[in-house]
Design a binder for this molecule. Structure first.
Ligand SMILES: NC(=O)C1=CN([C@@H]2O[C@H](COP(=O)(O)OP(=O)(O)OC[C@H]3O[C@@H](n4cnc5c(N)ncnc54)[C@H](O)[C@@H]3O)[C@@H](O)[C@H]2O)C=CC1
Ligand SMILES: O=C(O)CCC(=O)C(=O)O
Length: 450
């Protein structure tokens, strides 16, 4: 690694030794940037990379709420406004027990490059809380969200910072958050949040956008390989918002999800999750209990393998981890490589550890696509929601879907072109990092040092 890159990485490791996920993503991105840094020695002079790995600001706040039994609880909330060089800060909120600064920072860093790849004017941010919505009543979630927004509302706005959903934050939470924002500000500023309900400014297709976008990206990879989507069998992890979108779009395109994994094990449905009955059951199942997918196997008479992941199954054509970070470690990567599968398409944010990712990229028979490109359709449609809110218009589902499709084609194209420009062949991982980096770097260079 070039000396400047190595020194930036070393300093991140020293400063953030207790935030391994953040160190991991920085290492992954920087390891792709060597040829760009060699070509642009001016970046070192202004310490562009040193500035890029430091959030513009990050804050922590107390969130106090009362449960249905009258017991009060104290959680922590965070917002990390990572990089605003190309647009207002933009990125989701994650409510999950294990959330801490390192998770929020890793997600904010990834978001900066992902948002740049969409081609739209949105900077990178992320936020969340160590609050776990699982098992809480609607009233408890509402009180939590109201308290969270009371702490956050001064620091966000349609032209400042626009949160959205991520794990544990869906339409219900966004509704409560927006209600509290409106109550506190006394203005109609629905562009302050995305992923809203349709009755108050949400965009058609936003709930499906990340999964649909991932499938459109997969189609571009298949086209590149002179292959087609028809009949492809897909194994995924996660059956949340993103997994469900993949299942729906796969069915529409003539492919099918035949394996899906949850925290309790994995389901094998050789017929595929393709009927409305099955897709709706998934929605109900996750609303009731996001930790168990076995009820699907019980209901539809499929095989369920408890406590295992589906990485390594042989009768699929595509793997798409769509649950959480570091879901695929070295041991799973070896099984995936041994299965002979050709397409490894990351969907969740950073679903693969760096050693596993590098191992998979080194396999000649596997094409690896990186999450920050593949899942960018979600935030991309969030930006389209912001555009609709600004013009006070509502676009049709066809219009949004069309724009999403074009966006995903373009993300694949610019990533492949960036890799080719630096002599890296069809390396979609490096290509996405370089293409995402270039726009942010140019904007930072033009705006001066701060
Ligand atoms: N919602 C969105 O629009 C976007 C989400 N993402 C990323 O996609 C991933 C999934 O997000 P969502 O579907 O929105 O979240 P979600 O909360 O709706 O669903 C997460 C899913 O992961 C499963 N899961 C949790 N722990 C697991 C474990 N240990 N093993 C296997 N499965 C497990 C849950 O059962 C659930 O099905 C996350 O990494 C998120 O950051 C990325 C871009 C946009
Ligand atoms: O829609 C958004 O603003 C953010 C989506 C998100 O959380 C992500 O891209 O990881």
């Amino acid at each position: 690694m070039n000396a400047y890159l190595a020194s930036v990485l070393e300093s991140v490791k020293t400063k953030h030794g207790n935030e391994p996920e953040f160190v991991q993503t920085v290492e992954e991105v920087l390891s792709s940037l060597e040829p760009v840094i060699e070509k642009h020695p001016e970046y070192e002079k202004v310490d562009l990379l040193g500035r890029m790995v430091e959030p513009e600001r990050m804050f922590t706040f107390r969130v106090v709420w009362c449960d249905d039994n009258g017991q009060w609880h104290t959680n922590r909330g965070w917002r990390c406004q990572f990089n605003g060089a190309i647009g207002p800060y933009k990125g989701g909120l994650r409510f999950q027990k294990n959330v801490y600064e390192g998770i929020i920072k890793f997600l904010g860093f990834e978001q900066t490059f992902k948002n740049s790849l969409t081609g739209l004017p949105i900077g990178g941010a992320k936020g969340g809380s160590d609050f776990d919505p699982a098992g809480k009543s609607d009233a408890e979630v509402m009180r939590f969200c109201q308290s969270f927004m009371t702490a956050l509302y001064r620091y966000i706005g349609p032209d400042i910072d626009v949160p959205a959903g991520d794990m544990g934050v869906g339409g219900r939470e966004i509704g409560y958050l927006y209600g509290q924002y409106r109550r506190l500000k006394g203005v109609w500023e629905n562009g302050v949040l995305t992923g809203k309900g349709l009755s108050y400014g949400g965009s058609l297709i936003r709930p499906e956008a990340t999964g649909y976008g991932a499938m459109y990206y997969l189609q571009e990879v298949l086209k590149h390989e002179n292959d087609t989507i028809e009949g492809k069998r897909i194994a995924i992890s996660g059956y949340g918002n993103v997994g469900w979108g993949i299942m729906k779009k796969a069915t529409q395109l003539g492919a099918k999800v035949t394996y899906f994994a949850g925290p309790d094990g994995y389901v094998h449905d050789p017929d595929g999750v393709i009927t409305d009955e099955k897709l709706n059951f998934i929605l109900e199942m996750r609303a009731k209990d996001p930790m168990h997918c076995k009820p699907y196997a019980d209901k539809f008479g499929c095989e369920f393998v408890a406590g295992e992941k589906c990485w390594g199954v042989k009768d699929v054509d595509v793997y798409m981890p769509a649950a959480m970070q570091n879901d695929v470690k070295m041991e799973s990567a070896e099984k995936i490589a041994a299965s002979g599968v050709k397409y490894y398409i990351e969907v969740a944010n950073m679903p693969t550890t760096n050693d596993a990712l590098n191992y998979l990229r080194a396999q000649k028979h596997i094409i690896v696509a990186p999450s920050k490109a593949v899942n960018a359709g979600g935030v991309g449609v969030s930006a389209l929601e912001m555009a609709q809110n600004s013009e006070r218009l509502v676009w049709t589902a066809e219009e949004v879907d069309h724009q999403l499709h074009k966006m995903m084609e373009n993300i694949h194209k610019v990533s492949a072109e960036a890799a080719a420009e630096y002599g890296l062949g069809y390396d979609l991982v490096a290509g996405a990092n370089i293409a995402g980096f270039k726009k942010v770097a140019e904007a930072m260079m033009e705006q001066g040092c701060f």
